[in-house]
Design a protein around this ligand. Structure first.
Ligand code: GUN
Length: 302
């Protein structure tokens, strides 16, 4: 393999250590960070993600609760749960796992979550603040990718970043973060999607290629240049009759061929995925600080 492996497990471990320190400091001050995750229905992938979030919270000393609701729940009932959590001062973070069943309007649900507790950074107020370069909480996956850049000292300033996929969860907020006039940003961003013409040629122009398009092994070696940093956000279940579960997880990048050509690459699993969870933990702590008006003591203060 030619490419440098960007190890999300290692970067996320460092980040989680920092979060745990902040949790301890909050607890010394009587503040117990608490995250509530709502899972509607029984989508198996969502169940795995939610379990990982709860497990990581507990490891870092963040109280976590998962509310599991039947897929038949109606919008009003779900809104009532959210209203209750919004009012509950012991709750600092609220996350409703997506996707939601068809009959529930996800936009309405996202807007009902208090922006102060919106640890996904999906609420229009938080999206707006991010766009204006004045973020409160950060979108977990894009911010996790920036952490990988920081850790491996991957320069973004002046670089051409091509993002594949315009979702509200990854593509759009990632573009927003990287175009800011700020440290670890200042990039020239192209946001490509299903209607983009000559997508292969465009990808070859990327210094940094971020694949978040939801198509298994979409990015092949002929689409990257030899100096490119390739970030794979995809987690696709691909049939694999020989695998124990009958499927394997595959990214949006054809790892085998691209890792022989690119300069650096994230694996799946063990790349972006662990970063998303670590950033969620950081957001929960940030929200807890904000909601309890906690200020980190300046190091020069006694
Ligand atoms: N579904 C897939 N990714 C996410 C995420 O980051 N947050 C939520 N709430 N749902 C998701």
């Amino acid at each position: 393999m030619k490419a440098l492996l960007l190890d999300g497990k290692e970067v996320s471990a460092r980040l989680k250590e920092k979060v745990a320190v902040q949790v301890d400091r909050l607890k010394e001050n009587g503040i117990y960070p608490r995250l509530v995750v709502i899972l509607v229905g029984d989508d198996p992938a969502s169940a795995v993600y939610v379990r990982n979030k709860a497990r990581t919270s507990e490891k870092l000393g963040i109280q976590s609760e998962t509310i599991t609701l039947k897929s038949t729940i109606n919008e009003e009932e779900l809104l009532a749960y959210i209203a209750k959590l919004n009012r509950d001062d012991t709750v600092h973070g609220i996350l409703v796992q997506l996707p939601l069943p068809q009959h529930i309007n996800a936009e309405k649900i996202i807007e009902a979550i208090s922006p102060d507790k919106d640890v996904d950074c999906f609420h229009p107020r938080n999206v707006g603040l991010l766009m204006l370069g004045k973020p409160y909480l950060l979108p977990c996956t894009p911010a996790g990718i920036v952490e990988i850049f920081k850790y491996y000292k991957i320069e973004t300033s002046g670089k051409h970043v091509v993002i594949l996929g315009r979702s509200n969860i990854v593509g759009k907020p990632m573009a927003n973060m990287l175009v800011q006039k700020a440290a670890h940003a200042n990039a020239t961003v192209t946001l490509a999607h299903s209607r983009t013409k000559n997508i292969k040629a465009l990808c070859r122009q990327a210094d940094i290629l971020i694949a978040a398009i939801g198509k298994a092994e979409f990015v092949t070696a002929d689409m990257v240049n030899g100096d490119a940093v390739v970030i794979d956000v995809g987690i696709n279940r691909v049939e694999a009759p020989d695998a124990p579960r009958g499927y394997k997880l595959s990214g949006d990048v054809d790892f085998v061929s691209v890792s022989e050509k690119a300069a650096a690459i994230t694996p799946v699993p063990g790349g972006v995925g662990p970063m998303t969870i670590a950033m969620l933990m950081q957001n929960t702590v940030t929200a807890a600080k904000h909601l309890s008006n906690f200020r980190e003591k300046d190091k020069t203060e006694k």
